[in-house]
Every structure is written in C-alpha cells, then in structure tokens.
Design a protein around this ligand. Sequence first.
Ligand code: NAD
Length: 318
Amino acid sequence: MGVQKKVVLVGTGMVGMSFAYAALNQNLCDELVLIDINEKRVEGEVMDLNHGLAFSHSSMKIYKGKYSDCGDADVVLICAGVNQKVGESRLELLKRNYSVFSSIVPEVVQSGFDGIFVVATNPVDIMTRITYELSGFNAAKVIGTGTTLDTARLRYLMGEYFEVDSKNIHAYVIGEHGDSEFVPWSQALIAVKSVSKVLEDNPLAYDIEELEKIAGEVKGAAQKIIEAKGATYYGIGMAMVRVVRAILNNENSVLTVSVRLRGEYGGKKDVFIGNPCIINNGGAKRILELDLTDDELEKLDNCCSILNENFHNLMENQ
Ligand code: NAD
C-alpha cells in the first residue's frame, strides 16, 4: 500500500456519490478517481465535489478516470448497476448486473490492480461472489458491504431500546443482505453483559419479542426508505467509507462484510455472506466464526442455500 491513499469509485449514481461526498468530508484518501459509463455525469460530479474542496479539511485530488487508473489504487469500489424494471424478475436483474460487472472487473484486473475490491451493488453477496469469480483474486481481497449497514441500523435501534450508546452495543446482523438475514441474539452483548442475561435480569423492562420486532424493522428499513424517498444512499455511502477506512488505515476492525466462507459453520465453502470479519489492508484478514445455537445455524444454512441457489441459477442461465 502506497503512502498516497488512492480509491477508485466505479458507479457515480446516488450510492457512489453519497460515498464520495462522505469520503470528502471525512478526508478518507488522497486521491479519488470517479468512473461511470455515463461520462457526462462523472464530469458534473467531479466539478461539483471539487468546488466544495475549499470548504473541507481535505486537499483530495478528485478526477474523472479510466480503468487504467486502477493500476496503483488501494481500493476499487464498485456500486455501478442497473435498476430493477417493472415486472422484472430477480434473475433477470442479476443477469443484467452480471453483464455490467463483466464490463468492469476484467478491465480493472487488466490495469494491474493489486488492491482490495469492495462491492456494494445489489444483491451484494452475489455481486461480490461474481467479482471474485471474474477477477481471479484471492478471496481475502474481495469483500462486499454485506450486512454492515444492517448491523448499524440494529445497533441504533437497540441503543434506543436499552438506552445505551449504540457504540457499546455489540450485536450483529449476519447472513444474506436481504430477506433471510438474521440477528444471532445468543452472540449479542450490551457492553460486557449478554443480551440474554439482560433480559433474564430485567423481565419487566425488556423482552425478546421487542427485540425480534427491532430485527424486523432492520430488515424492512430499506423498503421503508424506498417507499418514502425512492432509494437509499446516505447510510450505505457512510458504511462504504467505514469499510474503506478500515482497509486504508490497516485497522484490524471487525465489520460484518460479505466474505467467502472457507469451511466455517460445519464446512460451508464458496458462498459469500455477511459475517463479522477482521478487516485490514490485506482485506478480509480473518473470519470470526460465531458460536451459534442450533436454531441460528439453521437460519445461516437457509441464507447459504438461498445465495447458492441464486448464484448457480445465474451461472446456468448465462
Ligand atoms: P444509480 O442508478 O443511481 O447508479 C448506478 C450507476 O451505475 C449509474 O450512474 C450508471 O450510469 C452506472 N453504471 C451502469 N452500468 C455501468 C457500467 N457498465 N459501467 C460503469 N457504470 C455503470 O443506483 P444507486 O442508487 O447508486 O445504486 C447502486 C447500487 O447500489 C444498486 O445495485 C443498489 O441496489 C445498491 N445499493 C446497495 C446497498 C447495500 O446495502 N449494499 C444499499 C443501497 C443501494
């Protein structure tokens, strides 16, 4: 990793630009390169961000780039994609996003890029697996945003419920970033006390039904935001900054990114799911295998089956 921190963003739509705006305000890197198939849009976005530079604490170099600019980048972030058309199936959408990624990932690899891929395009677990397949990279160097945003939403809501700063809530949403995701409550802590013990000690104040409602709210959050304002982008943009910072600063931070399982949970392999993972400048340094209950393991099994089935369906239909 060079002294100058360089990030290439592919896809300058709402999510990409929310990332870029947050990155500028948080002075994330030294160089930020923007790429999109819509070149005119990139030109406008570059101008707009550069005009804000004077008001930031950053002297970031921001410019419109080409795939050849990825050669010396530390991170290539992909949030390019197409939207679901009315009446379009998930498989059709996946096929179109597969072809978008086929036009991006090989070009990035061709540049000599040797950093970390971070993927946010949905369905993120499958698009991350596709990036892994198309790039031929070591699995540690290909990660998706996974359930990082879901985990942040969970901590926020649990913080409100227990009236504890969400930073002291150690709970995770794991599995698919989507309908089958779940909260392994057996692994949740409030500061140093397990949530199960907190419930046991305070039966009148808290109960598991309320916590399940919170998990349901987390799962439905994106849909609710989409109904209200058309799309979600600020939260994911900031989650992306968080993941990229952990890489650039070699933090060894634990984040629930989408990673390729390597035999965890009773021999699960190949599938990419959101799971707590130590992230540093080598990417996904270590997957933290949780000590799940039988019921939680069944839920994880379900996530893996859904994601495997979608991926294999896509591959058979190419
Ligand atoms: P958007 O339509 O605003 O932007 C997509 C961008 O991709 C557009 O600028 C488009 O020109 C570009 N693009 C399309 N094909 C391309 C190609 N072949 N090469 C380069 N660029 C190309 O969409 P958005 O709202 O920014 O969402 C982007 C993705 O992020 C979607 O897949 C969305 O579902 C996903 N998303 C993920 C999360 C998460 O938690 N992971 C949250 C919100 C959104």
